[in-house]
Design a protein around this ligand. Structure first.
Ligand code: SAH
Length: 697
């Protein structure tokens, strides 16, 4: 049997199914999967169950047998719901082999083996007929193939195929339809994720303004969806320019077309402003009348009491190609273009005296091409990175620190991917400035991007790009000088976890022979910090579910647990905690330090200790982050920014992901004359650059 594995293709932003070798282990996929989150999504589960019951009843009322096709059965949950609702037979299709195996076990354990046939195939490979996988076409189509963008996991081609080959005409579908909603907004914060904005620098000889190259200014970016927990975006960070508008719907009970198309709505701004962003979400009606509705609408659209937290479906942020000033009441056309897997938006002003009949004319203007990054910056930097580069406060910290260490005769080398530091160093008076962008050189050509950036600012003669990796640095690259100031943010495109940016330390070690004896390294050191937290919601994604809507899914829980324990020591995972509120239960603690003035040592860096639980709550896990000590008294944190002392509410760096280590069991601490202590051991393996940790509660 073939084994397929879903992968996002970074060149197209779409999912691809790759066939993997026999010995491929899926522990990583299972441990990090969204199944637990889906099983904890009560609102979703209840509504699917209601919708499935109603569909089975409608079919039975017509006097037909209820034959269900469940595409993407996962744990088998929706098929078990159908079987309990009285369906005569269910075909449960699952492409992911470990899940198909789990579904077989779960179905058996719950006593549905005679009613549910699990088929480990992609739905497009399923055959119908006397010798086929399915004896006959189904008359109820049940699926849950949606991502935050609705169609990003391939729902449309799957439905298109299913209607052609696997279900009867006039079948019932659960969900019956999906509707995509949009709202036009202005948001300095979100717009700063799209492109580099001009950077203001107070230089020695007056204010300088750094501008992005024109290719970057006009670049449409990448088609990959920007999905976030919009409910964590405070209303002060954006301003809505339009009402909520229905953009398009898909009726899943009728043949579905996946071919590229576009949808267009007219809207009138309720307020004048700069149209920059389209916020979008969807809802699904489980029944034709729309009585059973499951919605992703954010807090300002529906009452907070109705909010169900979930991470597998969030909301989308789309960036308009250009910022467009709009006036209250003027006529605008918003166009959603889509291909099989992704959606993108365009805004146009109605022309003078235009009416409905002229609308056809606009067709010619509609962009059919999906956004493709031409400037390369969107391949090198993700959206949070743009936000970070556009953060003037942060830039100011670096300027302050550079001022302290730079002298007029400084020979400065910057090692970081696409960093503003070399430009800052130049403006602050360093004599010779060079930079290196070591990550993914072959793939993304950051040098060309950086060349264009320097050119746009007439700096190409002042800042030299070294196209060698640190270990291949030669004296000639440095005009035979020694480096007196070595700087890094540090930031590297390839980093996933906070400590992966310690690559700067390795690069520093590789260039050791080129450093002057009195070299200044900025940052001079880094430290790893740790805190025990109670999550408001994020705990759900790794927490066992047990019984889901009456079905025993513990097989799934065990499978996730095995995968989490697969490696000798469990791993931390990256999460942007500004999106996932938590309360600190301990004080933040510095656990390791990394001295960049010295080379990376041969031996591992280990620490052990204990941390006291000072507040009442559930210890779900530890959060870890890095702080960089740029110069005396100037540090930047990539994690905790602030904490309120009474309640322990935390404010996190909005541009960075922190590391989260989920505890395998949760302890509940009470108040606390003698606070409970959690003991830890943390080990930084200098050979691999990875950190392993263990906690005892
Ligand atoms: N139905 C389950 C799981 C939903 S997750 C539930 O609601 O809880 C979606 C599942 O569909 C994943 O397990 C994925 O591997 C599978 N999948 C996606 N597209 C598929 C296709 N075309 N054919 C078969 N399985 C598919």
């Amino acid at each position: 049997m073939k084994t397929f594995c879903g992968r996002a293709n970074p060149t197209t932003g779409s999912m691809e199914w790759l066939e993997e070798g026999e010995d491929y282990d899926y522990h990583q996929e299972i441990a990090r999967s969204r199944y637990a989150d889906m099983l904890h999504d009560k609102d979703r589960n209840v509504k699917y169950y209601q919708g499935i019951r109603a569909a089975v009843s409608r079919v039975k009322e017509r006097g037909e047998k209820a034959i269900v096709l469940d595409i993407g059965t996962g744990t088998g949950l929706l098929s078990m719901m159908a079987a309990s609702a009285g369906a005569d037979f269910c075909y449960a299709i699952e492409v992911f082999k470990p899940m198909a195996n789990a579904a077989v076990k779960i179905v058996e354990k719950n006593g549905f083996s005679d009613k549910i046939k699990v088929i480990n195939k992609h739905s497009t490979e399923v055959t119908v007929g006397p010798d086929g996988d399915m004896e006959c076409r189904a008359n109820i189509l049940v699926t849950e193939l949606f991502d935050t963008e609705l169609i990003g996991e391939g729902a449309l081609p799957t439905y298109e195929h299913a209607h052609k080959y696997l279900v009867q005409e006039g079948c019932e579908a659960v969900p019956h339809r999906a509707t995509v909603y949009v709202q036009l907004v202005e948001s300095k914060r979100m717009w700063s994720w799209k492109k580099l904005l001009p950077v203001h620098i107070e230089a020695e000889d007056g204010e300088k303004i750094l501008v992005p190259p024109s290719e970057m200014e006009n670049c449409p970016g990448v088609p990959s969806v920007c999905d976030i927990q919009l409910n964590q975006m405070p209303s002060s960070d954006f301003s809505t320019l339009s009402d909520v508008v229905t953009m398009f719907s898909v009726d899943f009970s009728k043949p579905v077309q996946s071919a590229s198309t576009y949808y267009r709505v007219q809207l009138e701004p309720v307020k004048s402003g700069k149209a920059q962003i389209v916020l979008s979400w969807w809802d699904i009606d489980m029944d034709p009348l729309g009585m059973i509705n499951c919605t992703m609408a954010p807090y300002w659209v529906k009452s907070t009491s109705a909010l169900q937290w979930r991470d597998h479906w969030m909301q989308c942020v789309y960036f308009l190609p250009r910022e467009e000033p709009v006036l209250q009441g003027e006529k605008l056309y918003l166009t959603a273009c889509r291909d099989e897997y992704s959606v993108w938006y365009n805004l146009q002003k109605a022309r003078e005296g235009e009416n409905k009949a002229d609308e056809e004319e606009h067709k010619a203007d509609v962009p059919v091409e999906s956004p493709v990054c031409r400037c390369r910056a969107h391949l090198l930097w993700n959206r949070p990175r743009f936000g970070e580069l556009n953060d003037q406060n942060r830039t100011h910290q670096y300027i302050k620190a550079l001022r302290k260490v730079l002298k007029t005769d400084s020979v400065c080398l910057c090692i970081s991917d696409g960093s503003l530091l070399p430009v800052l160093a130049h403006y602050l008076g360093a004599k010779q400035v060079q930079c290196m962008h070591p990550s993914r050189i072959d793939l993304y050509h950051p040098h060309e991007l950086w060349q264009a950036f320097l050119k746009a600012n007439h700096l190409e003669d002042n800042i030299k790009i070294i196209e060698a990796r640190p270990e291949l640095l030669k004296p000639s690259h440095l005009e035979d000088k020694k480096i007196s100031v070595l700087v890094g943010e540090p930031f590297f495109t390839t980093s996933l976890l906070p400590w992966h940016n310690l690559y700067f330390w390795y690069a520093r070690t590789a260039v050791s022979t080129h450093l002057a004896s009195n070299v200044t390294v900025l940052p001079q050191s880094a430290s790893l910090h740790m805190m025990i937290v109670e999550f408001q919601d994020l705990w759900r994604i790794r927490s066992p579910c047990g019984i889901c809507e009456g079905f025993d899914v513990r097989t799934m829980d065990d499978m996730i647990k095995d995968s989490l324990n697969f490696r000798e020591s469990k791993e931390a995972e990256p999460h942007p905690l500004w999106e996932y509120p938590c309360k600190s239960l301990s004080d933040p603690q510095e656990v390791l330090t990394f001295d960049f003035t010295k080379a990376v040592p041969q031996h591992c860096l280990s620490t052990e200790g204990s941390v006291k639980l000072l507040r009442k709550g559930k210890s779900h896990g530890a959060v870890l982050w890095m702080e960089y000590h740029l110069a005396a008294d100037i540090s930047v944190s990539t994690g905790l920014m602030q904490m309120s002392n009474e309640k322990g509410n935390c404010e996190w760096n909005p541009h960075c992901k922190q590391a989260v280590y989920f505890f395998s069991s949760v302890i509940e601490s009470e108040i606390l004359s003698d606070p409970t202590a959690v003991t830890y051991t943390i080990n930084f393996d200098t050979k691999t650059g990875e950190i392993a940790m263990d906690f005892k509660l």
